[in-house]
Design a binder for this molecule. Structure first.
Ligand SMILES: [Zn+2]
Length: 232
């Protein structure tokens, strides 16, 4: 069996989405990539989560050719592949229809950075894609979804904002591996729920100051990070 460890990591990332209440039934999917091999492991389409084992994960190359696995891959595979091709530091991708993040996606409204919880993970608002054009939906819907995500990031750093809301659809998140992508999906849902409540309490709530936002993001990420313990 190819990529045993990656299969296990990807399975665990998918199960984490279930454990944290982010998926109903078979919604959602997480994947991971082995950059050296150029191969992606992703959840199969439509198999109930309790039945999933590492052997069920489908291995694809970056063109979408199935290299190992008897099951069909998640129907969103082509979206994941576009993110791996265009975001060079990305090692894992997670997609859910979690309630609050999806509500913001449906409202086609970026999630403002109202607090330090948000700023610890996302360096600025979580953006929304443009709507797909009808020919994009008809031509290659999943790949064009990936392209729409990457176009939105043409002026943004995907390592600084590892999440997006696909207009009218739901969030995609990513990270250095599948576990981090799933973790970011969990935090995104938490941040989306808090932003909703913030606006309910005060519809005039303002985003964090640039100084506080930068302080929180940069103490956890990048060259000068100092949050947590030094990794030996
Ligand atoms: Zn979806």
């Amino acid at each position: 069996m190819l990529l045993k460890t990656l299969r296990e990591e990807v399975l665990d990332a998918n199960l984490e989405l279930v454990r944290r209440g982010l998926v109903l039934y078979t919604f959602g999917n997480a994947s991971g990539i082995d950059r050296a091999e150029g191969l992606v492991a992703i959840k199969p389409s439509g198999v109930p989560y309790p039945e999933l084992t590492p052997a069920h994960m489908v291995i694809s190359d970056l063109t979408g050719k199935i290299v190992e696995g008897n099951l069909r891959p998640s129907s969103d595979l082509a979206t994941h592949l576009e993110l791996y091709k265009q975001f060079s530091n990305t090692g894992g991708v997670a997609h859910t229809h979690s309630e609050f993040a999806t509500a913001w996606a449906q409202a086609e409204t970026p999630i403002p950075c109202f607090g330090t919880t948000h700023a610890d993970y996302f360096h600025g608002p979580v953006p929304v894609t443009e709507r797909l054009k009808s020919e994009e939906i008809e031509r290659d819907y999943e790949q064009e979804t990936g392209n729409a995500i990457c176009r939105t990031f043409s002026r943004l750093d995907p390592d600084a904002v590892p999440a997006i809301l696909v207009a009218g659809h739901a969030p995609f998140c990513w990270g250095k591996n599948a576990a981090e992508a799933a973790h970011n999906a969990v935090i995104l849902e938490y941040v989306a729920r808090m932003a909703y409540h913030t606006l309910l309490i005060n519809a005039e709530s303002q985003p964090l100051s640039r100084e506080l936002r930068d302080k929180h993001f940069l103490r956890k990420h990048g060259r000068n990070a100092y949050y947590g313990q030094v990794k030996s």
